[in-house]
Design a protein around this ligand. Sequence first.
Ligand code: UGA
Length: 433
Amino acid sequence: MNICVIGAGYVGLITSLAFAKIGNNVICVEKNVKKVDSLNNSIPTIYEENLDELLLECLEKKTISFTNKLEYSVRNSDVVFIAVGTPSLENGEVDMSQVHESINEISKYINKYTIIVNKSTVPVGSQKFVKNLLIKNGVSSDNFDVVSNPEFLREGKALYDFFYGDKIVIGHESQRARNVMNLLYKPFNIPIIFTNPETAELIKYTSNAFLSTKISFINEIANLCNKIGADIDTVALALGLDKRISPEFLRPGIGYGGSCFPKDTLGLISIGQKYDCPFEIVKSAVSVNNKQRVIPVDLLLSEYDDIKNKTITLLGLTFKSGTDDIREAPSLYIIEELLKKGAKINAYDPMVSDEIREMFPNIKYFDNMNESILESECVVICTDWEEFKDLDLDFVKDNMKEAFIIDGRNMLSLDEAKKRNIKYYSIGKGYTN
Ligand code: UGA
């Protein structure tokens, strides 16, 4: 099929490449000319496992191209995916301005039957909103169908998830649209749930809100574990063996971040407000997460009272391992609090980006884990990068001003820390007295 994808962000780029890989002709339209040039020259604009090889392969086979011009692509496509950003507004509502703008643009060019697919995470009612906007813009209702097709991929594992996901959800109104979407997705061999657009839209928010709640729930249990001497990994293991619960998303830590869970939990709460459904559980998941991500700061303050001029090393800045994304990362909240209290910050992250350097120019960034902890008074592990498991505790003992580790991702062993007389705090796996 001929496919147009609007937006070369995370979802747009992965969607484009996946459909191109299985032999469709894909044009990905992106406003940012720098991104377009970079992608056409086979230089990925995001870090993602196996992305560079696939980009090169599709460019060589000419199944994909990138442009900033919409007209040709829309006029020649069977399906147009809207994969533009839908960030949170300050009141938690979803900012639909980019979707609005894209629909206004494509309205000018639809001159034959085309399926418009909402791929971005959009509030319930967005399929209707897009449909009404197209009609208002003068597009004949015979010439289009609007489908809701939310995305469930994880950053870092995005291509894997696209090809081997658990489910595909298609919210549609007409049989014609259903048939085309079925044909498009059939090669992936993943169960497809066909439903109405409102249900499809709600499934996305429900998934992300439920997973966020699962994390906040295990984090509260982890906090209790530390107080009563229980072990969170064993609690989570036993819990997860119950097939009704599943072992996934029971990893405790200093909270969830990223571009999805924080935004979509607030998005669902805001949808709930509109329909008089208060979503108390999701509100609690958010408030637990807000406290969880600054636990290291609370611990530092209870240890030192005053942390002015103390040097704190953050290991990991990204919101999770396997990505260079820092959006809503707990580290950002920790940095802000520490800077407010006058602490000095060293930071090491294997994927440190210019974005964070610009955001916090007064932090010392290091290219090496060991160098970043020299002469520091506390190490805070914020991200679950594998290499942090290899932190040399003898080196810590010998080279830090005070051997104190707050392990926000449970990467190290309490026993090993105890053996070396290192002050150590985990999330639900105990601490040294
Ligand atoms: C999440 C969902 O997992 C995807 O299904 C969804 O498509 C995506 O949001 C989206 O809406 O676009 P993502 O944000 O990339 O994907 O990352 P996850 O791997 O889900 O992790 C989210 C956060 O939860 C991270 O900060 C991670 O460290 C944290 N987490 C995850 C935990 O603290 N504990 C866990 O057990 C799992």
